[in-house]
Design a binder for this molecule. Structure first.
Ligand code: SOE
Length: 389
C-alpha cells in the first residue's frame, strides 16, 4: 500500500487548473513513490471554490488557508495565489511542517524571498521540502537541451538570448487585473514571464546571472477597472485605474563564466502568444527552443563537416528523452499541461527520497535578485547592477 501525500491547494485561478491537472494525471502515468490525494481546495469565495473543486477533482473545500495548514491530515501545501500572498502562506506552511510548492515568481520582493528561503532552510532540517513552480524546466526539450549543454555538445557557452513574448495586453481596453497592480503582482512582464526566461537560462546553462543592465516600460498607463467580485474573467467597468507595473522589460546580463545574455519579457509583442524562446550559442554548437513548438529542439553541431552543417530539428518525443517514457509512442506529442505532471513527479520523488527538489526557494530567491536588479538598473538609466546578495 503506497503511502499517501495529502495535498491542499490554495488558490484556484489559471494555475489552479494547471496544478490540478498535474496532481490528477501524474499518478496515472508515472509510478509515484507516494500517492497524492487532492484533499482540499482553498478559495476565498466558497461558491466559486466548490465549482472549481468539483470540476478539477478536489475532495473538500475551505475558505481559510490558516485553518487548513494547521490540520494534521494535510502533508503538502500548493500555493497558486497572486504573488502578494506567497510569503505569508509559504512561511506559515513550512513552519507548520508542510511541504510547499509555490508558484513563480517566488515572491514580490527580494526581502520576502529571503524570508521564504530562510523558512525553507529551517524546514529542510526537519525533512520538509519546498520547490518553486518554474515548470518550463520540465518540458522534455528544455531538459534535453540542458543535458546536451552539460555533456559539452555545444562547447563553451559564449552567448544566450532568452525571451518570453506574449501579446495579451496589446488591447488598451483589456481590464486592470491584479497582474497590473504592483502591490499584488510585484512587477509586470518582468516578474510574470521574465522570471521564466531567467530561470530557464540558468537551468539550461547551469550558470547564474551575475549582473544586469536593463530598461522597463509601461505602455498603457491606465485601464478599465473590473466589476466587483468579478475575478480575472470579470467585465470591465467605465471607471479606469492606473497600471503600476511594467509592460515590457529589456535587459542584458552576464553569466558566471562571463558569457553574455540578452533578455526580453513583453506582453505587447503583437502576434506572439506564448513564445518562450531561448538560444544558447557555444564554441562547438548551439541549441534553440521555442515554447510555441515545445516538442522540438533545434541543435547545431559545429563539429560536423561543412557539407553537413545546419540546425537539426529534433523531435523530442522518444521514450529515451526526459519524462517521455510513461506517455505516448514517438511523434504523438506532449502539450503545455504535461510539465505540471512532470513537476508533481519530481516533487513527490524528492519528498520520498529526502532530497532537495529543484528549483529550490534559494533558486527562486536568486531569480528575485535578478528581477530587482533590472528594476534598479532601469531606475538609474541602465547602469550595471550586480545580482549578488
Ligand atoms: C501570464 O503571463 C502567464 O499565465 C504567466 O503567468 C505564466 O507563468 C506563463 O507560463 C504563461 O503566461
Amino acid at each position: 500500500m503506497t503511502e499517501t501525500l495529502r495535498v491542499a491547494m490554495i488558490g484556484h485561478g489559471f494555475m489552479g487548473a494547471a496544478h490540478s491537472q498535474g496532481w490528477r494525471v501524474a499518478p496515472r502515468f508515472f509510478d509515484l513513490p507516494l500517492e497524492p490525494e487532492m484533499s482540499v481546495l482553498v478559495g476565498r469565495n466558497r461558491t466559486t471554490a466548490e465549482a472549481s473543486a468539483r470540476k478539477w477533482g478536489w475532495a473538500e473545500v475551505a475558505t481559510d488557508w490558516r485553518e487548513v495548514i494547521a490540520r494534521d491530515d494535510i502533508d503538502l501545501v500548493d500555493i497558486v495565489t497572486p504573488g502578494d500572498t506567497h510569503a505569508e502562506i509559504a512561511i506559515a506552511a513550512l513552519d507548520a511542517g508542510k511541504h510547499v510548492l509555490c508558484e513563480k515568481p517566488l515572491a514580490n520582493t527580494v526581502a520576502e524571498a529571503e524570508q521564504m528561503a530562510a523558512a525553507a532552510a529551517r524546514a529542510a532540517e526537519r525533512g520538509i521540502r519546498s520547490m518553486v513552480g518554474f515548470t518550463y524546466r520540465r518540458v522534455p526539450a528544455t531538459t534535453f537541451a540542458r543535458d546536451l549543454v552539460a555533456a559539452g555538445r555545444i562547447g563553451e557557452i559564449r552567448q544566450v538570448r532568452a525571451e518570453y513574448l506574449q501579446d495579451w495586453l496589446m488591447d488598451a481596453e483589456a481590464p486592470l487585473t491584479w497582474r497590473m497592480q504592483k502591490e499584488r503582482a510585484g512587477s509586470g512582464a518582468l516578474g510574470d514571464i521574465g522570471a521564466h526566461a531567467v530561470d530557464l537560462t540558468e537551468y539550461i546553462t547551469g550558470q547564474r546571472v551575475t549582473g544586469v543592465s536593463g530598461i522597463i516600460e509601461t505602455i498603457v498607463a491606465e485601464r478599465p477597472l473590473l466589476g466587483e467580485g468579478s475575478g480575472l474573467s470579470g467585465t470591465a467597468t467605465s471607471e479606469r485605474g492606473p497600471v503600476t507595473v511594467d509592460d515590457i522589460a529589456l535587459f542584458t546580463g552576464r553569466l558566471e563564466s562571463g558569457a553574455l545574455a540578452s533578455f526580453e519579457a513583453t506582453r505587447f509583442r503583437t502576434g506572439r502568444k506564448n513564445a518562450l524562446r531561448i538560444e544558447v550559442s557555444g564554441s562547438k554548437g548551439s541549441i534553440a527552443f521555442d515554447l510555441e513548438r515545445l516538442n522540438e529542439l533545434e541543435f547545431y553541431d559545429a563539429t560536423l563537416p561543412a557539407t553537413q552543417l545546419g540546425f537539426q530539428r529534433i523531435l523530442v518525443t522518444e521514450s529515451d528523452h526526459p519524462y517521455l517514457a510513461p506517455w505516448w509512442p514517438t511523434g504523438h506529442m506532449l502539450g503545455y499541461e504535461h510539465g505540471f505532471s512532470h513537476q508533481v513527479y519530481d516533487l513527490v520523488t524528492a519528498i520520498d527520497e529526502g532530497t532537495q527538489p529543484l528549483p529550490s526557494f534559494e533558486d527562486g530567491l536568486h531569480v528575485q535578485r535578478v528581477l530587482e536588479a533590472v528594476e534598479r538598473s532601469s531606475a538609474s538609466g541602465g547602469s550595471w547592477v550586480s545580482t549578488a546578495d
